[in-house]
Design a protein around this ligand. Structure first.
Ligand code: SF4
Length: 339
């Protein structure tokens, strides 16, 4: 499969420049154009001789992704981007602006194998893992599209990041080292791949960790998140304690609130019991409907659930997702608008 320049490792870049009869300092120049200036074509690299730009143009694509569609939300603060990979697959990313922060939500896989029952991406099945370059390129492109500097990156788009662990960690490293995102500005979200949470802790990565919880006992979580059969809720919470002991960083638990599934005050009480001794934050996300069998609870039910968490020993926030009118809300990415 054809690779883009952004996906080449150092040795491959050296070989390319040797074939072209160029010295290695060109690699540094190209690197600066990509990461400091975010250029999207070889032609824009003004300090490269025109003959070299032409040769590169004919030999290798600069970026592994190209934007094929932009959807703007009614609120205008959220835009969804459809990208095409060099092998013709499609992924989505979301750019969100508020007054204080500009956040991008990026994908780590095309489709997803985890099969959470409430998630639009799950309906695509698993197609492929994204390469490191394909992950990083989403941020590079979105920076060129954003009026303000991107401040935060969240791995919460299509795919389960920990089922593409090596590339996700490598991409996070590039975002941090080459693009200046501090580890606290990068959040990796998992549905609960327990061994990888432990590996993240063992490897001492300081990125923020979010866990998509959505259930407060084994049985009910299993009905909406079948991975609970392999990675039990008990082992998930144990791994969260393990992570906290090693990294000393609060975990965010995402709790997608589904009507008549996990929205009762009893669920709220069980949630408190489950997380009582773990320094963490809980982010309640009233469900963004995708036309399937699950629904968002009515406002009064949402408030009753939140009330049941009133005395929780952890911070509770509510995320009223942005961009739901363009299917860019949490759990709504599924590449259905290719037209
Ligand atoms: S919620 Fe995340 S892990 Fe679950 S199916 Fe959707 S993309 Fe995959």
């Amino acid at each position: 499969m054809k690779k883009s320049y952004l996906e080449l490792n150092t040795n491959e870049i050296d070989s390319l420049l040797t074939v072209l009869g160029e010295s290695s300092f060109r690699a540094e120049q190209i690197h600066n154009w990509i990461y400091d200036h975010g250029v999207v074509s070889w032609g824009e690299m003004e300090n490269l001789p025109q003959s070299l730009r032409d040769k590169l143009e004919n030999m290798i694509p600069l970026h592994p992704l190209r934007i094929t569609k932009i959807s703007g939300s009614d609120s205008k603060s959220t835009r969804k981007y459809l990208f095409e990979t060099l092998d013709g697959q499609n992924i989505e990313s979301v750019l969100m602006n508020d007054r204080k922060r500009t956040t991008v939500c990026i994908s780590s896989q095309v489709g997803c194998a985890v099969d959470c029952k409430f998630c639009a991406t799950a309906s695509m099945g698993f197609i492929k893992n994204l390469s490191v370059g394909e992950i990083v390129d989403q941020v590079i492109h979105l920076q060129t599209q954003s009026k303000s500097r991107i401040t935060n990156v969240v791995f919460m788009g299509m795919g389960e990041p920990f089922l593409n662990y090596k590339s996700v960690i490598e991409a996070a490293k590039i975002l941090s080292q080459e693009m200046g995102f501090g580890a606290r500005r990068i959040t990796i979200s998992t549905a609960g791949i327990v061994p990888k949470i432990r590996q993240l802790a063992d490897e001492d990565h300081k990125y923020k960790l979010a866990i998509s919880l959505n259930g407060t006992d084994e049985k009910s979580r299993n009905t909406i998140m079948p991975l609970t059969k392999t990675h039990s809720l008990k082992s998930l919470i144990e791994s969260a304690h393990y992570y906290y002991k090693k990294i000393r960083r609060f975990i965010t638990f995402e709790y997608v609130l589904l009507k008549d599934v996990n929205d009762s005050p009893e669920d709220g009480e069980r949630l408190i019991d489950l997380l009582r001794s773990l320094p963490c934050k809980v982010n309640v996300i009233p469900y963004n409907e995708i036309g399937g069998k699950y629904n968002r609870p009515k406002e009064d039910k949402i408030h009753a659930f939140l009330h049941s968490l009133k005395h929780a020993p952890f911070t509770v926030t509510v995320r009223w997702s942005k961009g739901t009118d363009i299917d860019a809300g949490c759990g709504q990415l599924a590449v259905k608008d290719l037209a």
